[in-house]
Design a protein. Structure first.
Length: 165
């Protein structure tokens, strides 16, 4: 599956691997005090393959980009999506990975997206704040307490939200 990663969650995690190297994950979280913490209602994460870890290790900000990814895997403890490598130039995405907060459309509920076309990767919530990482089809929608947004995809394989009250 080809995924366009539009935006990341606010929590980055690293751990040394027994066989050497570093494992890196990204997930949703809420700013509590001076740092973002996972406040998982639904726990899930993005895991990075060797090429993705190399790219992350460069120190440059991680820009929106296309990735070949596994399907979203789910077990009793977590949901995981692995980013493996970049696809050839000219490839179109099958899905868009996007992270949104309550600031986009207001408070989100379990019924705030089309469950047949949108998969929740991670959902963090604390008090009145939320951060949700979604794996969506182009032109997918979310509906919050104050507005509705549609995820548009342009010819250059970049995406943006169009919001209406």
């Amino acid at each position: 599956m080809v995924v366009f990663v539009q935006s990341w969650g606010s929590v980055w995690q690293e751990r040394g691997a027994a066989q050497g190297g570093t494992r890196i994950w990204n997930t949703t979280g809420i700013a509590v005090g001076d740092r973002a913490q996972p406040r998982s209602r639904i726990f899930g994460q993005i895991a990075f393959g060797r090429q993705a870890r190399f790219e992350l290790g460069s120190g440059d900000p991680v820009a929106p980009s296309l990735w070949i990814a596994t399907s979203l895997e789910s077990n009793e403890h977590a949901r995981q999506l692995f980013l493996l490598t970049h696809p050839p130039n000219g490839t179109s995405p099958d899905r868009i990975l996007v992270t949104v907060t309550e600031r986009l459309v207001g408070r989100l509920a379990d019924t705030s997206w089309d469950r047949t076309d949108t998969k929740v990767v991670s959902f963090s919530e604390w008090r009145d704040r939320q951060e949700v990482m979604l794996l969506m089809h182009p032109y997918g929608w979310i509906r919050g307490s104050s507005a509705t947004a549609v995820l548009l995809l342009d010819a250059a394989a970049s995406s943006r939200w169009t919001v209406s009250a």
